[in-house]
Each structure stands twice: as structure tokens, then as C-alpha cells.
Design a binder for this molecule. Structure first.
Ligand code: ARG
Length: 355
């Protein structure tokens, strides 16, 4: 990479990937927040695990770390510059993980935006794990890094929601696990389509959060809210829609409709394909899917407009995108990373993509 090539420059999900952050899994612990916030986002069968000081099973973390290291090595073999966060004992500091940076940062043009996390257990994530990367990136004088605003005093994000009195505050037309008293989001509720950024309101993203992103993005970018319906657990848009390349998107039909996608000008001339898939519940899978649904199959990371990383067990999906759309899926093991919160898209932040 030449001395003056940008360190932060990406505004879509498919242009050739040049630089990326890949997360790390060691010492990850189940996130823990007030019960209603966990109940609103996590799978019922594992809800009891989401309590303070509860590590993920060591064998899951060990394998997740190997999967992430292998993924990082494959990216490097493909000429991508890979940054890794610092090893942090998340269990000790009451945090969650370093494996899901997609929730933490988003690149829009030359701007990197940090999430003002709704969950307390994630509010120190950047300070603890990512400062070395931010220092490196800030040597690019054209780059802008927007750190999340500091919360001074008491955090009001759960006031009036989820208590025994029921939800007294609404955030839009739906009762969510957070209120709209301050900007809050996880960047995985946003997806970039060039000058248009598609966002969803969710149990971790409020309207003020979306307005905040609109205020932070460079001139000329617009944030639009997509009507989605993940059901009760809505959190993150990257298991609902997946652009395979410019002009071609696959979506989860129970979670979003073609009509709702089409109502956004950016998709008007796109091919939009529902994923022909009916999730089959597995009996006691190992590793357990603690946090995600089977729609995580849509959580791919694109190397370019042809090559995309797919979990090696999702052979049917890989065959479908190969046969139907001429894609070249790259199959890698990632089941243990999936277990602790996400797949290839969740565990990365693309910093540079070049057209
Ligand atoms: N809530 C999504 C589902 O269960 C999972 C999305 C994970 N994404 C992420 N960036 N951590 O289908």
C-alpha cells in the first residue's frame, strides 16, 4: 500500500476489499443487561446464560479464535490488510467480546463512526480493544474518526421501558427495549449502498441514533429507514438483507418485503431475490447458537463482487448463489464464531474498499 493511499475509504458492501478489522474471541462473556433488554434480543432457550460474569464455554472460544485467525490469514493471502483488536479480558471488565466489531464501527467514505452503544457492557469496548487501531488510522490526515459521545451522569436509555409498569415510552410505533432519550445504535443496524445508507430501528438502535449517523456522515450521504420485521428479537440488519454485488440483493422474506425494499430509490432498479430457505430447528446443536437465528446464513463478507465468505456448513446457500448468480463463495469454518454472536459480516469492519 503506498504511503498516501487512504486508510479509511469505503461506502458499500461489495467493492474490492483492501483493508479490514477482524475481531478476536478470547475471554468473551455473555452480554448482560437488564432482563427485558436480553429477553428482547436473545434466544429464549439460552436466556439464563445472559447474566453478569458468565464466560462462554472455553472450548467454544478456543475454536472461535482459531476460526477468526484462519479467516484473517485467508484475507491476507488475498491481499487484504488486516487489523486485529487488542486481547482484552472481557470477563474481568464486565464486557462482552472483541469478536463483533461490525456492531462497533461503520465506515462511510473517509469517516469511521463509533456506536454510542445502548448496552452498558459494550460502552468501554473501543477504549479497551481498539485504540491502537484508531491511532494507526488517524495517521491518515484525510480520515475522520467520530468517537461516541461520553455519557456524563446516569444513562437514561432504559428509563420507562421494560419495567414492571410496562413500556411507557415508545421509540417509533413499536415498543422497543430502549427508549429514545439519547442517540443509541449498534452499527450492524446500518448497511451501506453508496450514497444511501439503509438503517433499521431495533432493540439496540433508536431514532436519535439514526439522526446522529445522518449528522456524522460526510456531505452527500443519506440515511434511510427500512421497514423490517425480524420479530420480537430485532437487532442488526445483516441477517435480513445481503447485497451480493451492485444491483443484486438477497433478503429474508419473513423479515422484509420486496415492496418495502422497492420503496427506497436506491433499490428501484436492483434485482431483489427472496432467499428460498426454511430454517430447520436443530436439536441441541453444538456449538449452540446462543445469540443468532439461522438467517445468519445471510451474514456474508464480500471480498469483491464475485467472492464472498460463507460458513462451510451452508453448502446449499453457497450452491444457490454460485449456480443462480455466478458468485464464487469461499467456504470457511465459522460455527464457533456464529455461536458467540455472528458470522463473517459481524466479525469484521471493512475500512477500505476500492472501486
Ligand atoms: N439478530 C440477527 C439474527 O438473529 C443476528 C445478527 C448478527 N449480526 C451482528 N452484526 N452481530 O438473525
Amino acid at each position: 500500500m503506498s504511503a498516501n493511499s487512504p486508510l479509511i475509504s469505503a461506502d458499500d458492501e461489495w467493492s474490492p476489499l483492501k483493508a479490514v478489522i477482524v475481531g478476536r474471541a478470547e475471554h468473551s462473556a455473555f452480554p448482560s443487561e437488564p432482563f427485558h433488554a436480553m429477553a428482547a434480543t436473545m434466544r429464549k432457550e439460552h436466556l439464563a446464560e445472559f447474566r453478569p460474569g458468565n464466560p462462554f464455554p472455553p472450548e467454544v472460544l478456543e475454536k472461535a479464535q482459531q476460526e477468526l485467525d484462519n479467516f484473517a490469514a485467508v484475507l491476507e493471502q488475498n491481499g487484504v490488510r488486516v487489523y486485529r483488536p487488542k486481547e482484552v479480558d472481557w470477563l474481568k471488565v464486565g464486557g462482552f467480546t472483541g469478536a463483533m466489531p461490525r456492531d462497533t464501527f461503520m465506515t462511510v467514505g473517509n469517516t469511521l463512526i463509533e456506536s454510542p452503544f445502548p448496552w452498558r457492557c459494550r460502552q468501554k469496548e473501543v477504549q479497551l480493544g481498539y485504540m491502537d487501531i484508531l491511532d494507526l488510522l488517524s495517521s491518515d490526515y484525510c480520515a475522520r474518526i467520530c468517537r461516541a459521545p461520553t455519557i456524563v451522569g446516569r444513562d437514561t436509555i432504559y428509563d420507562g421501558v421494560g419495567g414492571t409498569n410496562g413500556n411507557s415510552e415508545t421509540n417509533g410505533s413499536h415498543h422497543w427495549a430502549i427508549n429514545n432519550s439519547r442517540p443509541a445504535f449498534e452499527t450492524a443496524d446500518f448497511m451501506r449502498f453508496g450514497k444511501t445508507i439503509i438503517a433499521q430501528i431495533s432493540n439496540v438502535t433508536n431514532k436519535k441514533g439514526i439522526d446522529y449517523v445522518q449528522a456524522m456522515v460526510p456531505e452527500g450521504y443519506t440515511v434511510e429507514i427500512l421497514e423490517t420485521n425480524e420479530g420480537f428479537t430485532t437487532r442488526h440488519i445483516d441477517a435480513t438483507i445481503l447485497p451480493l454485488r451492485k444491483g443484486l440483493l438477497v433478503y429474508s422474506p419473513p423479515r422484509v418485503s420486496e415492496e418495502s425494499l422497492r420503496s427506497h430509490a436506491v433499490f428501484q432498479d436492483w434485482e431483489l431475490h427472496p432467499l428460498p430457505y426454511t430454517p430447520q430447528p436443530e436439536k441441541n446443536p453444538w456449538p449452540p447458537q446462543y445469540m443468532c437465528s439461522p438467517w445468519l446464513v445471510l451474514n456474508g463478507l464480500s471480498l469483491d463482487e464475485k467472492r464472498i465468505f460463507v460458513e462451510e456448513k451452508n453448502k446449499e446457500f453457497a450452491d444457490w448463489i454460485r449456480d443462480r448468480f455466478g458468485m464464487e463463495p469461499i467456504l470457511l469454518p465459522f460455527a464457533h464464531v456464529n455461536s458467540i454472536g455472528g458470522s463473517f459480516h459481524c466479525s469484521t469492519v471493512d475500512l477500505v474498499r476500492s472501486a
